[in-house]
Design a protein around this ligand. Sequence first.
Ligand code: OXD
Ligand code: MN
Length: 599
Amino acid sequence: MDVPNPSVLQWVNETARLTQPKEVVWLDGSEEEYRRLQAEAVQGGHLIPLNREKHPDSYLHRSDPSDVARTEHCTYICTPTKDEAGPTNNWIAPEEAYATLGKLFQGAMRGRAMYVVPFLMGPKGSPFSRVGVQLTDSIYVAINMRIMTRMGSVALEELGSSDRFVRCLHSLGTLDPKHRYICHFPQDRTIWSINSGYGGNALLSKKCFALRVASWLGEQEGWLAEHMFIMGVEDPAGKVTYIAGALPSACGKTNLAMLRPSAKFNGYRVWCVGDDIAWLRVGKDGRLYAINPEAGFFGVAPGTSMKTNPNMMETISRNSLFTNVAMGPDQTVWWEGLDLPADTSGFLDWQGRPWDPKDKDGGKGAHPNSRFTTPVKQCPVYSPKWDDPEGVPISAILFGCRRSALVPMIYEAFNWAHGVFLGATLASETTAAATGATGVVRRDPMAMLPFCGYNMADYFGHWLRMGQRLTQPPKIFRVNWFRVDERGKFIWPGFGENIRAIRWIIDRCTGRGEARRTPIGYLPTVSALEGEELGISKEGWRTLLSVDREGWVEAAKRQSEFFDKFGGRIPPEILDEQKALMERLKAWQEEEEELAAPR
Ligand code: OXD
Ligand code: MN
């Protein structure tokens, strides 16, 4: 880095005057620098080196126990008016937020280094890509950013002399949860985060920039920033179909993104482009194109295993950073969902306390939201298109959820507007990825509830307008792998068997695939999933693939309550879709009664 970009330099100097770090360290992203940071982090007690043979070049980090998940109640969208943020976001007026946080940032970095972390979101030279610069006093965050983004000189080269970069300021401060703030100023392309070191609050490239600020930029500029994986599915003839899918946090999005098809379908191959975030644009040919702006995976560890995600197990087998997992006496990592060794003595839990995995009352070894950070390129099914500046053409979009009741395992929207309605009415049971109660159904439109940087009513309108520009819009589907039987056990086997659902989706995109029209959308037949061989009972299939009319009438009422919150701002097309759903449900009842009536 010769002459730094003048706007970056000025901002770095201003911030250093405010936060008073002991030194300012500009990062170039080189391998050598990465090794140096790791060594420093080990020396400072931030990272613990793991077993060299079993986990080469890998480290464990233990966070403060009060700082282990995203804190949505401390997350604010600071638009000039409250209406621009909408009823689903916390809001503080920008001047008030700058004043409050400005005080907290005063001298916040004293005694620590401030790292200047330039990063590029998206492939080099791509019309999709954007530059950010994060200033942080956390060496753990700096190391994570090296894995999660294209970090260093590459970003400053892309930026040139422009001042169009997102200013991401982060300090661990005192880690005081009472004064924790994650504030977004979309109009200023600025993010300020203080008093947390947790990934989703502190790796500002991810949820803060690539979703909250980027969703706002996308609305201004005519594109979409979404909480979606991107996968390419290659059929036995070699044709690759790209699918993007939104699922709420910790609902199996990462597993799906790099699915290894079950044995019967091993002629199919899945290529992973991304597991969490997609930026989507309308291409010259009227199709929707997507990139993954990130360069790493920040995945949930518990439940990741050779059975659920063998590709991820291979990805994290080296050069990875683990946060809040348990550790065996030989410096190997462990979490719930992995097999235990015969001898379990000497384990430490995620807080570093002696822990006996066999003690059923001894609590969890790994925190339920413990994580790994690992480079996309280490994934054995990493898509060569990941770095393509043009992105990949999307044929289907999934809106998935975790629902133990009501929502069928899979169904297809009638058209784009109905698909946007399916996205807008997504609701899911909460997980450990955010603090708060887990297992409670909450509305989570497009899986973006915690991540949309502006009024969600306007966001639905933006989705509808995007559809008008697409001459070949992707088909839209709802998926839910989480239906349970009367004993509370999952009915659908999921994981590698999800390829059956994916095949049906691809069939539907090419005008094939058997389906039944119902009031909520097109549902597959059991034979379209080649489901007969799965050993699921008739009752099980009924649960997975039928429509509970009464339940849906109730659900539609709850959708109205949600839309009512927006005080008349919801686009009429969405409300029309809801009316049409009610009418179809009513008509269907008549049809059923007709069928049931003796002739
Ligand atoms: C994530 C999340 O970390 O959604 O991806 O919480
Ligand atoms: Mn996510």
